[in-house]
Design a protein around this ligand. Structure first.
Ligand SMILES: [Zn+2]
Length: 637
């Protein structure tokens, strides 16, 4: 049994040689000023590492140190201690048998908490020390609101009986905002979504009941509620919250509202759609308090990031970010914008919708109902003396043309296109009717991107690779395929049995050099595509994703999923062109005429050249030097 007694942490650390007397005095002074526990102050001041402190506590108190990141706990057991108690005492019940209750605690020296937990659990408490951040995260994961949602829905279903609009609307009108079961149901639904990091909530009635699905890491997770009549109450309540017409159920509507959930300010964009079994509602949750990701944290390799930075920091030109919906384009654009956003430059952004409010940037929301289109806003924006323009999406020819003109006349223009890869993006601009010379002289770079799911670190295991995966690999990598190994997630409580947690961005950057610009100017798609694929240092999305998979960050399954959208063979570094091949491409029959045109249209044609050479040298040697940051989160577009 553990010897629990008050210990003087500071003295102990000095005794063990982990801390000097001077540091201790310093920390004690700081503690007096700021309050809080000494241990925390010491960690904040950088005098000790949290793990050192915990190991010491574990040794001194003769209690185990448990790493929650690898400990396999049973959520059912954990939930025997209520969420309120778990949070109040910063404790997690890990095991309970006749010998007592094993409780992970952030501060096992808190004797009062140990005492209270013993009473609540009616058992002898055997404390273990755990990292505080892991504890809080585990609590968030385990105490989901799933059961609460079901419980309230059942209650509500019984109260309402059969579908009866009149009664329902009376009920909504009479009920106070907080006490109505519908409001409680919504509250639980939002809290649950924030807790699991959902980006969207779908409320869909069908024949069998009501489906509530939450999108987490790009994939929907479903909860079904049998009481279908609850759907209408939920939808009406939501429509009231954003001031929509609740009696209009035959036409789609959209609106927005803001709410506070777990002390966070959540912006909710809502849209309704009439379906056969009632209105379905989709809500996009935008967490304003999460803060923007800087470009350093979206998962770009050091090299790609450095090259991307060169492109966006040019005084003028067009930089495009492309990929399908949900590929993290918006996050990248916002990251770029916040880097360019200084008091010295004027930035105007035209967006649909404005997903995130940025200080000092003039953000304009497109509104097609009153004729405020991308093109019209962009035209007005140009009269506002901007240095940098962000165009949410180049949807049509007119927008593309104004954007290109702006990029040729002293503005840096950032935008997105819905294309699959970097190569097809430039060609899409031509297809949209943009003149070749305009694209050639303004387009600086195209960044194509995808998000792949990150393997859950708690249940990562070797992937034995089935026949399908093996064949895919052989087709992609040839001989190399036999030598490579991959990981996958087995599924656990931490990742809701999906095997994945969080996502990483995968990127493909195509910089437009002279050869590529020439091909664009002539409007010859085939030449452009060939030159792009042979571009030095160019590495495709699939190749980059495969690097992540070989590093064990993502699974081969994810790589195959994203490669399905890109129709290009894997260009391994060995396939980069030899000097002669590259030279062949540059010799074009009408090359001379084009050269002259290039001089006037393109301000700094030499900018990219020296850099491209450097890349090539190291590109084949080391595919990716830097791992993406673990904290990468993504807005969805
Ligand atoms: Zn897992």
């Amino acid at each position: 049994m553990a010897k629990l007694r008050k210990i003087r942490l500071g003295d102990l650390l000095v005794q063990e040689g982990k801390l000097s007397e001077a540091q201790l005095q310093n920390a004690l002074k700081e503690q007096k000023k700021s309050g809080g526990k000494l241990g925390k102050v010491l960690i904040q001041m950088g005098f000790i590492q949290e793990d050192d402190l915990l190991q010491l506590l574990s040794k001194q108190l003769e209690i185990p140190f448990i790493d929650l990141r690898s400990y396999r706990y049973d959520p059912e057991v954990v939930r025997q201690l209520s969420e309120t108690h778990a949070r109040r005492f910063r404790a997690i019940l890990l095991n309970k048998n006749k010998d007592g209750a094993l409780v992970g605690m952030a501060d096992p020296t808190d004797l009062f908490a140990v005492d209270q937990l013993g009473k609540i659990l009616q058992a002898t408490v055997n404390p273990a020390v755990v990292r505080e951040a892991d504890l809080l995260h585990t609590i968030d994961t385990v105490y989901r609101k799933t059961q609460e949602i079901h419980h309230i829905a059942t209650e509500l279903g019984q109260e309402m009986g059969d579908e009866d609009e009149v009664v329902l609307e009376n009920m909504l009108a009479e009920a106070g905002p907080e006490d109505a079961p519908v409001a409680r149901l919504l509250q639980s639904m939002f809290e649950d979504s924030v807790q699991i990091g959902a980006s969207d909530i779908h409320v869909e009635p069908d024949e069998s009941g009501l489906h509530i699905r939450q999108r987490v890491d790009g994939v929907l997770q479903e909860q079904t509620i049998k009481e279908r009549q609850v759907a209408r109450a939920l939808v009406s309540r939501l429509k009231l919250m954003c001031g929509l017409n609740i009696s209009e159920r035959r036409l789609p509507q959209d609106g927005r509202f803001n709410m506070r959930v777990k002390n966070r300010s959540i912006d909710v964009r809502l849209s309704t759609m009439p379906t056969q079994y009632g209105e379905s509602v989709v809500m996009r949750l935008l967490d304003q308090s999460q803060g923007l990701l800087s470009l350093d944290h979206i998962g770009m390799s050091e090299r790609t990031l450095a090259r991307f930075r060169v492109s966006i920091h040019q005084p003028q030109g067009l930089v495009l970010v492309t990929g399908p919906t949900g590929s993290g384009k918006t996050t990248t654009l916002y990251g770029a914008l916040s880097e360019l956003n200084t008091p010295a430059v004027k930035v105007i952004s035209v967006e649909d919708p404005v997903e995130y409010r940025l200080p000092r940037i003039n953000q304009v929301q497109v509104n097609s109902r009153i004729g405020l289109s991308f093109a019209s806003v962009l035209r007005s924006a140009l009269r506002q003396d901007p240095d940098i323009l962000m165009v949410g999406e180049m949807r049509d020819e007119e927008t593309a043309e104004i954007g290109l003109r702006a990029a040729m006349t002293g503005h840096m223009v950032l935008s997105t296109l819905h294309t699959n890869d970097a190569v097809s993006t430039a060609l899409r601009l031509l297809d949209m009717g943009a003149a070749g010379y305009m694209v050639a002289s303004s387009l600086r770079a195209v960044l194509s991107q995808r998000l792949v799911r990150r393997i859950c670190s708690m249940c990562v295991e070797d992937d034995p690779l089935d026949v399908f995966k093996r064949n895919w690999l052989r087709a992609m990598m040839g001989q190399e395929a036999e030598k490579t190994t991959f990981k996958r997630g087995g599924g656990c409580a931490h990742c809701n049995n999906t095997g994945y947690r969080g996502r990483i961005g995968v990127f493909e950057l195509l910089e437009i050099d002279d050869t590529l610009a020439d091909a664009l100017r002539r409007g010859v798609s085939a030449d452009f595509a060939t030159a792009a694929k042979n571009r030095r240092g160019f590495r495709s999305l699939t190749a980059n994703a495969l690097d992540y998979a070989q590093e064990g960050l993502t699974s081969l399954e994810e790589v195959i999923r994203i490669s399905g959208e890109v129709e290009q063979p894997l260009d391994t570094p060995e396939q980069t062109p030899t000097e002669t091949e590259a030279a062949d491409i540059e010799v074009e029959p009408d090359g001379e005429k084009i050269e002259t045109e290039a001089k006037e249209g393109e301000p700094e044609p030499k900018e990219h050249e020296p850099e491209a050479k450097e890349e090539n040298e190291s590109a084949s040697a080391e595919p990716l030097s830097e791992k993406p940051s673990p904290e990468a989160r993504y807005l969805e577009e």
